[in-house]
Design a protein around this ligand. Sequence first.
Ligand SMILES: NC(=O)c1ccc[n+]([C@@H]2O[C@H](COP(=O)([O-])OP(=O)(O)OC[C@H]3O[C@@H](n4cnc5c(N)ncnc54)[C@H](OP(=O)(O)O)[C@@H]3O)[C@@H](O)[C@H]2O)c1
Length: 451
Amino acid sequence: MIGEMDADMVVGYFGGKSILITGSTGFLGKVLVEKILRVQPDVKKLFLLVRAPDVESAKLRIQTEVTGREIFLVLKEKHGMGFYDFIDEKICPLAGDIMHENFGLDTANLRELSKDIDIMVNIAATTNFSERYDVAFDANVLGAKHVCAFARKCMKLKMLLHVSTAYVAGEQEGLIPEKPFLIGETLKEGTHLDIESELNLIRETRRELKANCSSEKAERRTMKELGLKRARQFGWPNTYVFTKAMGEMLLGHLRGELPVVILRPSIITSILKEPLPGWMEGIRTIDAVVIGYAKQTLPFFLVDLSLIMDVIPGDMVVNAMMVAMAAHSEERAQTIYHVTSSLRNPAPYAILADTGHRYFYDNPPRTGRNGEPARLNKMRFFSTVARLSLYMAVRYRLPLEMLRLVNIALCGVFSRRYDDLSRKYRFIVQLIELYTPYSLFKGWYVRVKME
Ligand SMILES: NC(=O)c1ccc[n+]([C@@H]2O[C@H](COP(=O)([O-])OP(=O)(O)OC[C@H]3O[C@@H](n4cnc5c(N)ncnc54)[C@H](OP(=O)(O)O)[C@@H]3O)[C@@H](O)[C@H]2O)c1
């Protein structure tokens, strides 16, 4: 079907349609909103569900965090003075939260929407890899469930598109097919996942924390650790991808006859072509490592430079979303898409290392005290955990331990220095742990349908 579609057909599909979009204040969400408004000004309405106490606040958030952002400059130029009228006519703010049934919308609102909506796009998610289990579960698991239940109430719904992630595949190696998850499926042999039990576990843990009058800090730590523990128990490397996988399972299980597309992008990077090449927002995914290098706070990293870094520009993800929605509209099936680059356009991590070094060599970041350019040392790369552990033990842990002993002997003279270095050491360890599932990832995403 996709093979038979051209750009005009895809754009034409969105004409006269009402689309409910979650997650529009995030990076990918605003790329989608801008694109639809730019290429299809005859779209009927975009209902943007935003976390806010009321519609006025939701509207304000959209003005400042969505349409007020740089990525809308091209559209602004296109409409000139009419830009704000155009936005007012096309965008309808909704104050709601996907963690609640019916997003917490009132009955009258719900009734109207259920008559109006043609397409739902669920982009909203907690994207923090090591999020608290309860927070990630609310957004990524219950959120997917509530989106699905809401979609089923919409009388003329033609498509529910859910954005997931390619890394629901965990740390699988080799070719990874575009295969749906069955409910209860795990990545670890001999285990079975009961999503309801996970919810009960979260509730029970919350109750215990309350009963023990735990501090906010202790509660956060416990919930983060719980997410990681449960993820690893079932074979996923972190809470984010684990909860995203559960969201997919529920969607597949509860959708009934609903036409559903699940899109699994890999690491989403800045805009390649439209509307602003190179545009990106916030510090995300691999950015933390790049910034660590630029600021020279991250002298080494765990990555096998020969492995493929699967990245995909944000505008390509949005194009894929639009094509998939048009192609599978009203098809009473669930279709999974990998939106990835590893098979079609494989780029090894060495490319990022080389281009990153060349870029910062030519444009040294001014991170000195008086704004003078930083002196760049090349980052050291370790391709196995064993090699990195040995290096860290000799180069950092041992000297740190010696400093600790000297500090004790000298009645705490070096306490500040020791605390500072320990904090930096812990930060690097955490960063590396967080990224290992990606920097040592040996999988290749099959991309049959998108071809
Ligand atoms: N970025 C990547 O590299 C990448 C890669 C693969 C897949 N993905 C997937 O792509 C999607 C978008 O990612 P992104 O990078 O654009 O994320 P993002 O910038 O972190 O944005 C997340 C969006 O979700 C919203 N949200 C979170 N919890 C919500 C809730 N309970 N109710 C309503 N809205 C909620 C946020 O709203 P607030 O503004 O209120 O927080 C925000 O608009 C996600 O589903 C993610 O899993 C991302």
